[in-house]
Design a binder for this molecule. Structure first.
Ligand SMILES: [Ca+2]
Length: 81
């Protein structure tokens, strides 16, 4: 019975560990994952970040970070200071 419980827990936790590994390997900063600016990074935003990249962009005298989709390079958000 104990062995079965361990197997069930391992099956339940394995996808979360794989997802966490993918997110860590991808290296997209968590500070840019909050796409809707609600001050909370949802699990959906973490998953979506796997298809996102970031690059520095200038808008006039302002330095911004452009968040773009890896699949086509299209910008989806600008974060400026
Ligand atoms: Ca959010």
């Amino acid at each position: 019975m104990r062995r079965l419980l361990i197997i069930i827990v391992a099956i339940a936790v394995a996808p979360l560990l794989v997802l966490a590994g993918l997110v860590l390997l991808h290296g997209f900063p968590t500070k840019y994952m909050d796409l809707n600016d609600d001050q909370f990074v949802s699990p959906a935003e973490v998953i979506r970040s796997l298809d996102l990249g970031h690059r520095t962009a200038r808008q006039g005298d302002t330095t911004c970070v452009e968040i773009f989709q890896l699949k086509d390079g299209q910008a989806i958000k600008h974060i400026c200071w």
